[in-house]
Design a protein around this ligand. Structure first.
Ligand SMILES: [Zn+2]
Ligand SMILES: [Zn+2]
Length: 141
């Protein structure tokens, strides 16, 4: 178990998370692209407990019946993806973590959904939609 801390750009959302990093991934699905300024969502996929220590700016958006996405309503930072089915399964955007020195990208996911202008680097395995759905860790939406 590792402790993670972080905050959004303006500080209106701060958090701590205790968890086991299951995987560090970059998601190329259309929803992540729309939410994250046209790029992939780089996230640490964790199993554990997410504690929001400053909720002032936090908003949750139900992006599907399976999951919700947390962001800061003040500065717009994309923060979290959290499963509704199992809330102990969540992703934290690598961009809002205080310390990413021990995190290494392990997978590019939903690569078959990437936009024509995107190039998926070859620094980690490429997983398609079908690959992701075949793995119970990755019930993303
Ligand atoms: Zn903020
Ligand atoms: Zn995605």
């Amino acid at each position: 178990m590792t402790d993670y801390t972080g905050q959004c750009l303006c500080g209106d959302v701060t958090f701590t998370a205790k968890g086991e990093a299951k995987r560090v991934s970059a998601c190329y699905c259309g929803m992540c692209r729309t939410q994250n300024g046209g790029g992939a969502f780089h996230g640490a996929e964790l199993r554990g407990e997410l504690t929001i220590t400053n909720t002032t700016g936090l908003k949750w958006y139900a992006s599907s019946d399976k999951a919700r996405r947390g962001f800061c309503a003040n500065c717009g930072s994309s923060l979290f993806w959290q499963s509704n089915i199992n809330p102990t399964y969540f992703d934290i955007s690598l961009g809002v973590l205080d310390d990413v020195s021990n995190l290494k990208l392990e997978a590019h996911i939903f690569v078959d959904d990437c936009a024509p202008y995107q190039t998926v680097p070859n620094n980690a395995p490429h997983l398609t939609h079908a690959d992701v759905l075949a793995n119970p860790l990755q019930d993303q939406s």
